[in-house]
Design a binder for this molecule. Structure first.
Ligand code: NAP
Length: 474
C-alpha cells in the first residue's frame, strides 16, 4: 500500500483473504493489512536470505557502508511520512515518533561507519615460526523478532549491525506494528540492498518463531520482547545450538539521593516514566526517593503529571499515548488494584481516561511496598510507584533482588557516591543524572533475566560476527 510518498511493499490497503488488520490504537480503525504467512512461506524467505548470504557477505565493507548510509538518508528524507505511519500503528505522540525515526536513521548511519572498522587482530606469537591472526566473519543468516513499542528503532537496532557485518536477515516485526518495518525494508531496497538480503515475514508468532528457531540455516536469533517469550525462544534454539541475542523485559529503579537537584530529577523522572505511556523497556517502574527530599520531589513530579494530556498522537497537544491494546489496559488495572488492595495510596489517576479507547490516566501511587505487583514486575503503563527510603543499602538490596537487570537511574550530586552506587547495582545500564540511555553508539542490554548480549555501539556489530583464528606457519 501507499503511505504518503512511501510505498509499503508487503502490505495491503484493502483486506485480502487471510490478511491481518493493523489497527490504529487511537481510533481502533484499521489502517492497513498484512498477510498471515505460512510456515512454508517463511522457510522460503529463509532460503532467499540464505542464497543471498554469499554475495552480500563478500561485498567490500565500503559498499555495505555506502548502502546503509543511503538507507539512513532515505529514512531522514521520508521522516515525516514514517513518523505519521509510526503514530498511526503504535499510537505514540508525533513528537516521540519523530524522535524514534531520527534514532532509526542514526542506527543505520552509525553502523554504516562501523562496517568499515570491522578490523581483526594479530596476536603476538609465542613462536618464531608462526603468526596468529583473528578475523571477524559474518555469523550468517539472522532471524530477528521485534516488539511493538518501538516499531522503527528496535528494527533498525538489529538490521543495521547485522547488514553492516555482512549478514542477511529474516525479520518478524510485531503483529501490531509491521508497517514501519515493511516501509524500512522497501527503503533498504531503494538504497541498494540486494534481492533476498532482507526479508520481512508477517503472521502467527508461534508458527514463525518455530520456523526461525528450528531452521539450521538461521545462525543467530536476535529477539527483543518479554522475558517469557525470550525464555521460550531460548529453549527452542537449543535443538540447533543457535547463538541468541535477547533484549528482554526491565523493571528499572529510579533512585533519588538527598543531595539531588530535585527540580531536574523530578522533571526527568516524569519524562522517563510517561514516555510512550510507560510502554518502554527502560522506563522507571519503581521510584525510591530519599525521605529528606520526598515531599519536594512529589510536589514537582505532580506538576509534570498534571501537564500530561491524553489524546490522539497526531494532535500536537497530546502528550500521553494510548496503550497498545485492551490487554495492556487490563494489565495496568490489575497492577493498580493489587497495589491499592495492599495499602498503596492513590495520588493521581487510577482509572481509564475519560476520553475512552485505550487510554489510562497518568497514575501516581505512594507508599508502595515490596510485595505489590508494581514492585515485582514490569507494569508497562503510565503508573509511577513511589516509596521513600532512609537506608540506601536496603534500596540496593531490593533492586538487586529482582530477576530483571536492564536499566536504572540514580540522581544526586556526590559523584563518588553516585558512581559507587551505580557500580553496585546489577543492571546493564545506569543513567546517572540522565535518562536518555538509548543511543546508537552505546551498548544497550541487560543482565540476569533481562537478556543476553548487547545491541548498539562497537560491540553491537561484533554480536553478528564469529571470530576466526588463523594460525599461519612461516
Ligand atoms: P512479546 O509479547 O514477548 O512479543 C515480542 C515479539 O515476539 C512479538 O513480535 C511477538 O509476536 C513475538 N512472539 C511472541 N511469542 C512468540 C513465539 N512463540 N515465537 C516467536 N515470536 C513470538 O513482547 P511485547 O509485549 O511485544 O513487548 C514488550 C516487551 O518487550 C516488554 O517486556 C519490554 O520490556 C520488552 N522490550 C525490551 C527491550 C530491550 O531493549 N531490552 C526493548 C523493547 C521492549 P506476537 O505479538 O504475535 O505474539
Amino acid at each position: 500500500m501507499q503511505w504518503g510518498k512511501l510505498n509499503i511493499a508487503g502490505s495491503n490497503k484493502d483486506q485480502k483473504q487471510g490478511d491481518a488488520a493493523i489497527n490504529d490504537p487511537a481510533t481502533g480503525a484499521p489502517i492497513g493489512y498484512v498477510p498471515a504467512m505460512s510456515a512454508e512461506t517463511v522457510r522460503s524467505a529463509i532460503g532467499m536470505a540464505h542464497d543471498s548470504l554469499a554475495g552480500w557477505s563478500a561485498t567490500v565493507p565500503q559498499e555495505r557502508s555506502r548502502i546503509l548510509r543511503r538507507l539512513s538518508q532515505l529514512i531522514a528524507e521520508h521522516a515525516e511520512d514514517l513518523a505519521h505511519l509510526l503514530t498511526a500503528e503504535q499510537g505514540k505522540p508525533l513528537a516521540e515518533a519523530r524522535a524514534e525515526i531520527g534514532s532509526a536513521a542514526g542506527y543505520f548511519e552509525f553502523f554504516s561507519e562501523e562496517a568499515r572498522r570491522l578490523n581483526g587482530e594479530i596476536i603476538a606469537s609465542p613462536r618464531a615460526d608462526s603468526r596468529l591472526l583473528v578475523t571477524h566473519k559474518p555469523i550468517g543468516v539472522v532471524g530477528a523478532i521485534t516488539p511493538w513499542n518501538f516499531p522503527a528503532s528496535m528494527v533498525a537496532r538489529k538490521l543495521a549491525p547485522a547488514l553492516a557485518a555482512g549478514c542477511t536477515v529474516v525479520l518478524k516485526p510485531a503483529p501490531q506494528t509491521p508497517l514501519s518495518a515493511l516501509a524500512m525494508a522497501e527503503l533498504g531496497r531503494q538504497a541498494g540492498l540486494p534481492e533476498g538480503a532482507l526479508q520481512v515475514v508477517t503472521g502467527d508468532a508461534a508458527t514463525i518463531g518455530a520456523v526461525l528457531t528450528g531452521d539450521p540455516r538461521i545462525s543467530f536469533l536476535s529477539f527483543t520482547g518479554s522475558t517469557a517469550t525470550g525464555r521460550l525462544l531460548y529453549q527452542q534454539c537449543a535443538g540447533t545450538i543457535k547463538k541468541l541475542g535477547l533484549e528482554l523485559g526491565g523493571h528499572a529503579p529510579f533512585i533519588v539521593l538527598p543531595d539531588a537537584d530535585i527540580e531536574k530529577a523530578a522533571t526527568a523522572a516524569a519524562a522517563a516514566k510517561f514516555r510512550n505511556s510507560g510502554q518502554t523497556c527502560v522506563c522507571p517502574n519503581r521510584f525510591f526517593i530519599h525521605e529528606a527530599v520526598y515531599a519536594a520531589f512529589l510536589q514537582r513530579f505532580l506538576v509534570e503529571v498534571d501537564r500530561l494530556v491524553p489524546g490522539d498522537g497526531r494532535d500536537p497537544k497530546s502528550t500521553l499515548a494510548p496503550l497498545i491494546d485492551q490487554a495492556a489496559l487490563v494489565k495496568v488495572e490489575r497492577h493498580v488494584s493489587d497495589a491499592l488492595g495492599k495499602g498503596a495510596k492513590l495520588t493521581r489517576g487510577g482509572r481509564r481516561a475519560p476520553i475512552g479507547g485505550n487510554w489510562y490516566e497518568a497514575t501516581v501511587l505512594e507508599n508502595v511496598g515490596p510485595t505489590m505487583m508494581v514492585s515485582c514486575e514490569e507494569t508497562f503503563g503510565p503508573v509511577a510507584a513511589l516509596s521513600s527510603f532512609t537506608d540506601l543499602d536496603q534500596v540496593k538490596a531490593s533492586v538487586n533482588a529482582s530477576q530483571y537487570g536492564l536499566a536504572g537511574y540514580i540522581w544526586g550530586r556526590d559523584i563518588a557516591m553516585l558512581l559507587k552506587t551505580a557500580e553496585s547495582l546489577e543492571l546493564g545500564m545506569v543513567g546517572i543524572n540522565a535518562i536518555h540511555l538509548g543511543m546508537e553508539m552505546a551498548p544497550i542490554g541487560g543482565v540476569k533475566q533481562s537478556g543476553l548480549g548487547r545491541e548498539g555501539g562497537h560491540v553491537g556489530i561484533l554480536e553478528y560476527c564469529e571470530p576466526q583464528y588463523l594460525l599461519l606457519g612461516v
